[in-house]
Design a binder for this molecule. Sequence first.
Ligand SMILES: [Zn+2]
Length: 382
Amino acid sequence: MSTKTLFLRLEGPLQAWGDHLSKYTYRHTYPFPSKSGVIGLICAALGADRDSATEKWLPRLKGLLMGVRIDYPGFPMYDYHTVGAGLGNWTAEGKIKNKDKKPEVFVTHREYLCGASFLVALHQRQVDSDPTLLDEIANALNRPVWTPYLGRKSCPPSRPLLEDSQSGSNPCAGEFASLEEALIRHPWPDYGFELPSELDVFIEWSPDASSPTAPPQAFVLYDVPTSFNPPAHTARFVIHQKVARPESYKPPVLSDPGLYLRKEPRRADYTDTEYRARRQERLRKDHYLCVFCKSPARDVHHVTYERAGGEETLEDLRSLCELCHDAITMLEYGEDVTATRIDPCDPRWREAIIQKRRQIIRHRSLETRRRWLRTEIPEEME
Ligand SMILES: [Zn+2]
């Protein structure tokens, strides 16, 4: 009797594997993909609507066992979620409870897994009974009819859904004696950081000749779809296990460990007494004039943050008017702000600053322009 295992990699900015027991104010996610979610994903890729998925695909997919290895668990995130548009919030007297007397939308909360990575194995114990099933699934996931998503439509995947099996002739399926073996033997991913010494796996259990009854540590999940129209689920047994690092696993070598040890960059502290004194001195030495356009200056600009935070020298600072300061700040945002500081006295920046000033003048409100006109006359308005 031959077996076959297809590997999927579920990764994305957000995933939400809604557990069917929390339908109300807080909608939780399982910590790993649910079977109904994965089957829904496959049916979407196959282009099967609710009825054809229920009639044609669920009976075929029923024989597949699903296991998950949590390669990176991600972290939880909550966002609001609106439901029940048009339902209305009713008072005890049977009236709709808002001042417009129109039906309302309810705001609930939904939990997401942020940045998680799951290895999902779909294991077929009797390939002979449906020899093309896993290939059909793999083809559909390679060329999906409808957009695949990770539990909710707002959760797109961030990489191809099929995982290279690294064994056997089919690039994404392999032959393993059991689901457990498939999840243990599949290589650990390289994320550029060292993985823990053990990973969690959740393996679906079903009876066979060697184990006719569920082991005591098995728990029940109600996530096996029996119909999509209307949605209905049945239970399965799942066993939680820890998988130790394979001997072949080598932690990644970080090319530049210093990158992670580097100190926080220095920041300006505008409340620091030393800095405030230096700032005043700079303005006084510049006769309270902008070093760029020579109009009255009230701002002082850092040309380096090397000594920022109170140890600035006079040479680190430049007096500027509000308009030149805004122009320079906007130019710096286009660059790497901390690495590239713009010195208004450097002739290389002259043209860029003039252009940016023009742009600002054109886009600012009349009110702002009037305020500037009190201190200077920009060339466009002369
Ligand atoms: Zn200026």
